[in-house]
Design a protein around this ligand. Structure first.
Ligand code: B1M
Length: 210
């Protein structure tokens, strides 16, 4: 679809205004918000990652692409998240210590809101202490962690250990995700739920509430 190809190209170019215009145009043309998200924004960002891996893009290009993506997501958000949904539970979410990637975590947070969770977003570079403190403060039923770097994945295990130490492990379901994270890793560190993407995170989180 031409409009989606155009958004993807603008995102790769880091053209924030171009992405915004493209997203608005696609919505005017009646393209489903979820299709714009998956086939233009997420797909464009995947190409950015590939270009980085191939040595054609560097951190500044990734950063401007990320800003352009966030601007596009902000337009879609109200259409992806239903209003007036009764909370089905409370979730604490954050990107683990040492990791600054937040686009995927923000999407997951948005989708959790979309199925009716109240979301407390701790942001990025979240220490194990901050996760456990937030859990005590907000009495959440679910704790979500995101990691995009192989070097920051071990921080997920550290959070689970911290929960055990604080006597909180049995009180909360732990969900993890992020590009390098797998079901095997979730099993290894004793997380309850692994989700590969936003929609599955929302579905599995909802299921976990019983
Ligand atoms: Co970085 N980066 N980055 N980066 N970056 C990756 C992750 C990388 C794979 C690129 C590559 O080499 N191809 C690579 C990691 C290699 C590795 O560890 N295996 C990498 C690197 C190396 C780095 C730096 C070290 C680069 C440097 O400085 N030399 C540095 C680290 C900084 C730090 O965190 N300490 C760095 C920096 C950055 C930017 C700041 C420039 C920027 C982030 C901006 C931001 O987030 N605000 C950035 C970006 C944009 C990327 C790529 C290109 C895109 C990530 C993204 O947003 N994807 C990425 C390459 C890639 O992933 N293809 C890359 C789109 C997003 C929708 O997908 O985040 O996977 P994702 O989220 C998905 C699922 O994973 C899942 O659902 C989401 C929605 O479907 N999910 C969950 C995510 N969290 C979940 C939680 C859940 C459940 C599901 O439950 C709680």
């Amino acid at each position: 679809m031409a409009v989606l190809d155009d958004i993807r190209e603008k995102l790769i170019d880091g053209d924030m205004n171009g992405v915004k215009e493209g997203v608005n145009q696609a919505l005017e043309q009646g393209v489903e918000p979820a299709k714009i998200l998956n086939d233009a924004l997420i797909s464009g960002m995947t190409q950015v990652g590939q270009l980085f891996e191939d040595g054609e893009f560097f951190v500044p290009e990734m950063l401007v692409a990320a800003r352009a993506m966030q601007a596009g997501v902000a337009i879609l958000k109200p259409r992806l998240v239903e209003d007036d949904v009764k909370p089905i539970g409370r979730v604490i979410i954050g990107t683990v210590k040492g990791d600054l990637h937040d686009i995927g975590k923000n999407l997951v947070a948005m989708m959790l809101e979309g199925v009716g969770f109240e979301v407390v977003d701790l942001g990025t570079d979240v220490t194990p202490e901050k996760f456990t403190d937030a859990l005590t403060e907000h009495e959440a039923q679910l704790l979500g962690m995101s990691a995009l770097l192989t070097t920051t994945m071990p921080a997920m295990r550290a959070v689970i250990e911290k929960l055990k130490e604080a006597g909180l492990r049995e009180k909360v379901k732990v969900m993890i995700g992020g590009a390098p994270v797998t079901q095997n890793y979730a099993n290894e560190i004793g997380a309850d739920i692994y989700a590969p993407d936003g929609p599955s995170a929302a579905r599995k989180a909802k299921q976990a509430m019983g």
